[in-house]
Design a protein around this ligand. Sequence first.
Ligand code: MN
Ligand code: MN
Ligand code: CO
Length: 267
Amino acid sequence: MIIDKHVHTPFCPHGSTDSLERYIEQAIALNYREISFTEHAPLPKNFIDPTPEKDSAMPLDQLHAYLEELGRLKTYYSSALKVNIGLEVDFIEGYEEETTEFLDEHGPLLDDSILSVHFLWSGEAYYCMDYSEDTFEEMIQIFGGLSKVYVAYFSTLKKSIVTDLGKYKPCRIGHITLVEKFKRKFPNEQGLSGYVLPILDIIADKRYELDYNGAGFTKPLCLDSYPPASIASEAYKRKIPLVYGSDAHSTKGLMQGYQQLERNLLD
Ligand code: MN
Ligand code: MN
Ligand code: CO
């Protein structure tokens, strides 16, 4: 029986139009026991999405319909599948207050959420780090080298973990090595341990969970989980619960990467 706690929906403007019913029916067919829908939460009002189509997240005016539709389906399918209603909330440096306000308002309606870093501040502008290999290459230029991008990512990630975002702050951290999405084109010679192990210690200390995300296996320049197995076992040693996330953006993406994960490490 499979538990998948990172799944997108037709409310994602860069995802597919597969209906929520189709996701749920497919999940049941795949022998899922539990699923958390974690659509990209609406971005702070004053934040300008740096992606060309400005389609990184669900628009705020759809949030109500999202929650309502999931509420209905959660009840309808309750005997066949446990459905959790959630969001993948962005941590954006400089928008902590807005994010806290958002969580204070909508957190009470959520069962299970994820906190992720996708946007990095260069000192002059925000970049969507996982948008494309071209954007990533541009970031390497602007930030002054690949290692600077890693430093910026992991320092933002650390801030996301230690910053107080109120009582509804998500306690699962999304794809903590997303900076490696294009690693086969831009290999990082330093290794990950120096960046990640101190962060795992903080996650353990705070009793947060980790999204053990299979989507990277389908990205041709990554072909690995977020985090890789070596880091996942370090998390396991620290008793951090590892929770599978397909990060599916279509019904076909359900269970992606699952067979390639170290499944004995799953919570
Ligand atoms: Mn997405
Ligand atoms: Mn994400
Ligand atoms: Co996601």
